[in-house]
Design a protein around this ligand. Structure first.
Ligand SMILES: Cc1cc2nc3c(=O)[nH]c(=O)nc-3n(C[C@H](O)[C@H](O)[C@H](O)COP(=O)(O)O)c2cc1C
Length: 344
């Protein structure tokens, strides 16, 4: 029996070796950055237990980011990454902060990197990970010198693209070998991780599964809503009119999602009645969600805040430590591999 267990462990180790080597971790499992949640406590807990925590910088200023990086480092000796948002007005300064603090990996979200940014990172040997929403963009990013890709499907929590994880994986994994590719979106169990590894992924990134970690600073109301919710409760935001863009975000439906529909309807009516210019109307729609994630995560206002969550919220059934979550995922992966061994 012990031999079988060792065999499974080695098999999983081989399957995700490229990713684990790239991240410098025991498991090739990333705890995806989540604004307001992925701070020192959760990030260090994930990294201390074999995964790869990623700090969410969100709209932080460089001095705040520095404080968070140093605080995280005081809680873990293991590697962790920093998530930066491409459209942040102080991106260069934030990268300089990462350089000063000897950050090993930067995960760039919400846009493509500029050449100067890549050069700035390379000059300090910081590994750059970027999101690839299509095969063409994946190839372009590799040509630009990006060190690793994340592909994230629309099952994920937070800002999403139009394509499912399953389809993106088939589009990209068989065609990209130059850099390690991590898969994200809708992953709630270890079996799914093995499936993507078998398809060629170097590892996986999970966000929603870590929201209810004991170490997560999320308000208890926020955690309880996750524990109560099913996969189908996590829905993508709806755009009412072609003329007024709504950034697609997946979140658990609540009063705020209903209110957002009413605000869109009213704003579009006002525009049609010439009471608002097009710019004013678009701005009023965009302003609706400002501050909404913090309202829910930190203040616990689960009716009027944003409950960003992926469809894998259906697999969140209780509060667990980061260690328990990671061990559960690994055990599921090992048991799944054991089934193949029985067949062989
Ligand atoms: C509450 C929440 C906040 C998030 N915030 C960010 C963010 O600030 N930056 C980012 O790149 N991704 C963000 N994400 C996406 C996660 O990093 C991760 O890629 C995603 O959750 C993976 O899909 P899953 O939710 O199905 O596990 C967020 C996700 C959630 C659920």
């Amino acid at each position: 029996m012990e031999n079988v267990q060792r065999f499974m462990y080695d098999t999983l180790g081989c399957l995700w070796k490229r990713g684990a080597d790239f991240l410098g971790t025991k498991y090739s499992v990333m705890g995806g950055a989540m604004s307001w949640l992925s701070e020192r406590n959760l990030v260090s807990a994930i990294s201390n237990n074999g995964g790869f925590g990623v700090l969410a910088c969100g709209s932080m200023m460089p001095d705040q980011l520095k404080e968070e990086i140093l605080a995280t480092r005081s809680m873990t000796n293991m590697p962790f990454g920093v998530n930066l948002v491409a459209m942040h007005p102080m991106l260069r300064e934030l990268v300089a902060t990462c350089q000063d603090c000897n950050v090993s990996h930067v995960v760039l979200a919400a846009g493509l990197p500029k050449r100067e940014l890549i050069e700035q990172l390379k000059s300090s040997n910081i590994k750059l990970m970027c999101f690839a929403p299509s095969l063409a963009i994946a190839r372009k990013l590799i040509k630009m010198g990006v060190d690793s890709l994340i592909i994230e499907g629309m099952e994920a929590g937070g800002h999403i693209g139009p394509v499912s994880t399953c389809v993106l994986a088939q589009e990209i994994l068989p065609n990209i070998d130059a850099v390690p590719v991590f898969v994200a979106g809708g992953i709630g169990r270890g079996e799914a991780i093995v499936q993507y590894l078998h398809m060629g992924a170097a590892g996986c990134q999970l966000g929603t599964r870590f929201v209810c970690a004991k170490e997560s600073v999320a308000h208890n109301n926020f955690k309880q809503v996750f524990i109560r919710s099913n996969s189908r409760d996590a829905v993508a935001s709806v755009q009412l009119d072609d003329e007024f863009q709504v950034v697609p975000v997946r979140a658990i439906a609540n009063n705020a999602t209903k209110e957002f529909m009413a605000v869109q309807k009213k704003t579009i009516e006002m525009y049609r009645n010439r009471e608002l210019t097009k710019e004013e109307a678009q701005l009023s729609i965009e302003r609706f969600w400002v501050g909404a994630l913090k309202r829910a995560v930190i203040d616990g206002d689960i009716e009027n805040g944003s409950l960003m969550a992926g469809q894998s919220v259906g697999f969140v059934n209780k509060e667990q430590t980061a260690e328990e979550i990671l061990e559960e995922l690994v055990l599921q992966a090992l048991n799944y591999l054991a089934r193949f061994k029985e067949v062989a």
